[in-house]
Design a protein around this ligand. Sequence first.
Ligand code: HAM
Length: 424
Amino acid sequence: MAIQRPKGTQDLLPGVVEQWQGLEEQIRKICKEYGYQEIRTPMFEATELFQRGVGETTDIVNKEMYTFLDKGDRSITLRPEGTASVCRAYVENKLYGGPQPVKLYYIGPMFRYERPQSGRFRQFHQFGVEVLGADKPMVDAEVITLVWDLYSRLGLKGLEVHVNSVGCPTCRPEHKQKLQEFLEPHKEELCKDCQSRFEKNPLRILDCKNPTCQEITQGAPTTLDVLCEDCAGHFAELKSLLTAAEVVYKVNPRLVRGLDYYRKTAFEVLVEDIGAQSAICGGGRYDGLVQEVGGPQTPGIGFAMGMERVLAALKLSKEHEDEDAKEFLMLVALGEKAQSEGFAIISRLRKKGLPVSIDLLGRSLKAQLKAADRVQAKYAAILGEEEINKGIIILRDLKLGEQEELSLKDFEEQVLKQYKEDGN
Ligand code: HAM
C-alpha cells in the first residue's frame, strides 16, 4: 500500500505554492511599512509553555496538542500557536531591556489535533503580529488597522471585523460571579465541557457551539456590562480610533476567543461563504502573558490569521469579481444603419465605463441573442431600421425575459442609471 500524508495536512504543489509566495510577499511588504520585524521561533517548545500560556482550560491545551516525550524524557509540544513562543523569546532574549515597544511578526506552520474539515487542518499556517511593551489603545487600533489594510490590499470582500472587551483581573471576577448566578439554574443542561468550564472558566461557555448551551446563554451578562473604568475607557478610545481610521467594525459582546490569555481587547475577522470555518483572523490584548511565562509585567497585543483560510477567501472574492465582470448589455443591431448607430451608442457607453458589447459579425437576431446569453449579458438592446425610424430601442431583460420600448434619446441615460442601481 502506498503511504499517504497524515490526515489534516496538505502538499502544496507548484501552481499553488506561487499563491502562497504572493501572499507572503504582501505580508512582508505591509509589515515593513508598519515597522514590524520578523521573528522565527522553534516549531516545538516545552509543553509547559502552552499549558501556562494558552491555559489549562482551553480546548487547545486539553484536546488538541501534539505532545510527546523526546529521547531525553522531556515533554515536548509542536506549537499550536505563536504568541506564547514569542513571549518566551522576548523574555529569554531580554528584549524587554531594549527600546520599547517591540513590534514583531511571524509566518509559519502551527499544529493542532482537530477534526479536519474544510478550512480546518492539523498542520496549518499563520501570519501573526505581536506588539510587546505598549499598553495604549492606539496600539490595539494599529494592529487591527494593519489587518484591515492588508485585506483591502488583497481585495478580500465580504469581511466583518468583530471587537469586544473581555475585561481584566479587576472586572472579570464580578462578571464570573454574575455569569455563574445566571447559569446556575441550567447547570445540569450544559454540555459536559461547559459543566467543567462552569467553575474554572465560565466565560468560555459563551463561546460554546453546542445549540443547548447557546440557547441557555441567550441574554447572559457579558463582560461589557461590568467593565472597570480602565477597561471601559480603553475600549471607548479604541472604538473612536478605529472609526477615525475608517475601519468598519461591529461590537460583538459574545466574542470571547478560545485562548485564556486575553484581557481588554479581543477581536476577530470573519468572512462569509468559505465554509464552516469563517474566522480568518483572531487576536487581542494579553497584558499578563509575559509575566505568566516568567518575565517582567509587560503589556502585549497581537493577532494571527490562518493563511489557508485567507487564500480560500481570496479565491472566492476573485470568483465574485469574475461574475461582476460579465457583460452588462449586448447591443443587437440588425442592418447596416442600425449597426453604425449601435456602434456609436456602444462607444459612448464604454467611455462611461460600462461593460457593453456589439455583434461584430452581422449575425441574425437569433444568433446575436444566443451570443448575449453566452457572455451572460444582463440586457440585450435590440435596434433595427424600423426602431431607428420610430426613434425607439427595445431593452430586453435576459434573465426575466421581459422587454420594453425606450426612446432612443433617453436610452443611454437610462442604461447608466440602471447600471448604478445594480450596485456598480
Ligand atoms: P486562534 O484564534 O486560535 O488565535 O487562531 C488564529 C487564526 O488561525 C484563526 O482565526 C484561523 O484563521 C487560524 N486557524 C486556527 N486553527 C486553525 C486550523 N486548525 N486550521 C486552519 N486555520 C486555523 C491564535 O492562535 C492566537 N495566537 C492569535 C493571537 C496572536 N492573539 C494575540 N496574538
